[in-house]
Design a protein around this ligand. Structure first.
Ligand code: LLP
Length: 438
């Protein structure tokens, strides 16, 4: 994958940097990002759109992994940015990301968050529901500031993915319902509003999708609505945002499509539909998170304790777990891994990799075939670049790992490892506690 290979000493090397060096310099657990891999993915998306000769924006869904360095990289790669909270917006602003390419998402943007977006004149707000719309109307009226918006709809397309990460179905907390004419009402309200400009329509059908047809169907469904809007309000969108969700490889069972396949399918579907309506092709926006950073990330752990239950199972524990990767516990997500310090060694035993949290569900990988493990071995778990660090937490007061970018044989820490002092930094003593005299 990417620039990952095995060096002559049997160590895995990422971006030309040995995992031996990385462990020595930063300790474990450690997130390592292969920057070249992220560049290649971004270029693959750019090329796919350029081959179709259409206008487009690729917005990096920063929920997958956000930090200053990552946002700067997204900027360098000429990506736009999808943020879905004040915190993500703040990070983007701190990183100096061009505000006109920031798109704001979320089903409960607070009035404060909306104000932050309007004050900073970000590119676009993806309006999710009527409450938000009324807040946004009031806000732009009182500040007399114009704002571009998209409306998010739920196209009723099954994404064929885990139900927790599937969002396009009708019964969803996201977006305006299509069947009850709520989208129609929202369009009417926005297009007749003095300060809001309806640039277009948004849908996101889900995540970790391997069927390009899902996007094709979503485009068709959206166009069925657009046709109604053309007839009812003479409204035709400038922008068609089909969201993110392009699947990646976690294990050998995953067979991701070339990114261009998704783009070709959705663009061709839209070409057909817009021809049918005799309308121009809208600008395409997509919002990949996982597909840009997922496979670029590898987590390094140190293997620690071992418990053998004869004839049942061997547990080997790592120095992290659901605090840095909650996906197996949350979605039964599967990962592949290898011993990073003896990558040439033949597999010899089947073990299950446990995290160190006080929680039976804190398992990273069940039943993986690895070389005979010794304490202190480094385990590299692959494809942890998306929704790993971004969902990291301090359960059991475990410290969040450091994050390192590697490229061309060089390594730089972009997020420092959390320290014990960070755990209590924002804590106050409670004044009504009378401690017993010593
Ligand atoms: N756009 C919208 C509106 C979204 O809600 C999402 C993801 C994306 C784009 C990016 O999707 P991606 O290309 O990364 O699949 N924590 C879960 C994923 C939740 C995704 C939420 N929304 C996981 O670890 O699988």
């Amino acid at each position: 994958r990417g620039t990952t290979k095995v060096n002559e000493r049997g160590f895995i090397e990422i971006g030309g940097v040995s995992t031996e060096t990385l462990k020595e310099a930063y300790g474990t657990p450690l997130f390592v990002y292969d920057v070249k891999d992220i560049r290649d993915r971004a270029n693959e998306f750019h090329d796919a759109f350029k081959n179709q000769s259409v206008s487009y924006q690729i917005a990096y869904a920063s929920k997958a992994f956000s930090c200053i360095a990552m946002i700067e990289l997204a900027n360098e790669l000429e990506l736009s940015l999808d943020v879905c909270s004040g915190g993500e917006l703040y990070t983007a602003l701190e990183a100096g990301f061009p505000v006109e390419r920031i798109h704001f998402h979320g089903n409960n943007k607070t009035p404060d968050e909306l104000e932050m977006a309007v004050t900073h004149k970000i590119g676009c707000i993806v309006v999710d529901n009527f409450t938000e719309l009324s807040w946004l109307m009031a806000l732009t009226e009182s500040s007399k500031q114009q704002m571009d918006v998209l409306i998010r709809i739920t196209p009723g397309v099954e994404a064929h993915t885990h139900e927790y990460i599937s969002t396009g179905q009708e019964d969803s907390k996201f977006g305006f319902d299509l069947n009850s004419a709520q989208a129609d009402k929202a369009i009417d309200m926005i297009t007749s509003h003095e300060f809001l400009t309806l640039q277009g329509v948004h849908s996101h059908i889900g995540s970790q999708i391997f069927r390009a047809e899902g996007f094709e169907e979503a485009v068709k469904e959206i166009y069925a609505s657009i046709e109604g809007w053309v007839n009812k309000f003479d409204y035709y969108p400038n922008v068609l945002n089909v969201g993110g969700g392009f699947g990646i490889r976690y294990t050998e069972n995953d067979e991701p499509l070339p990114l261009s396949t998704y783009i070709d399918k959705m663009v061709e579907a839209a070409k057909k539909e817009s021809n049918r309506l005799n309308k121009p092709l809208p600008e395409f926006w997509i919002e990949p998170g996982r597909a840009l950073v997922g496979e670029a990330g590898t987590t390094l752990y140190t293997l620690g304790t071992r418990k053998e239950i004869p004839d049942v199972r061997t547990y080997v524990s790592v120095d992290g777990g659901m605090t840095d990767n909650i996906r197996p516990a949350l979605y039964q997500a599967e990962y592949s891994a290898t011993l990073a310090n003896r990558a040439h060694a033949e597999p010899e035993e089947v073990v299950s990799i446990a995290g160190k949290c006080c929680e039976s569900g804190d398992m990273l990988i069940w039943d993986i075939n690895l070389p005979k493990i010794e304490q202190g071995d480094i385990l590299a778990v692959f494809s942890t670049g998306a929704y790993g660090y971004s969902m990291a937490n301090n359960y059991n007061r475990i410290l969040r790992p450091a994050v390192v970018f590697v490229e061309d044989g060089e390594h730089e820490c972009v997020i420092e490892r959390e320290q014990f002092e960070d755990l209590t930094r924002r804590e106050n003593r409670y004044s009504k506690i009378m401690l017993p005299e010593k």
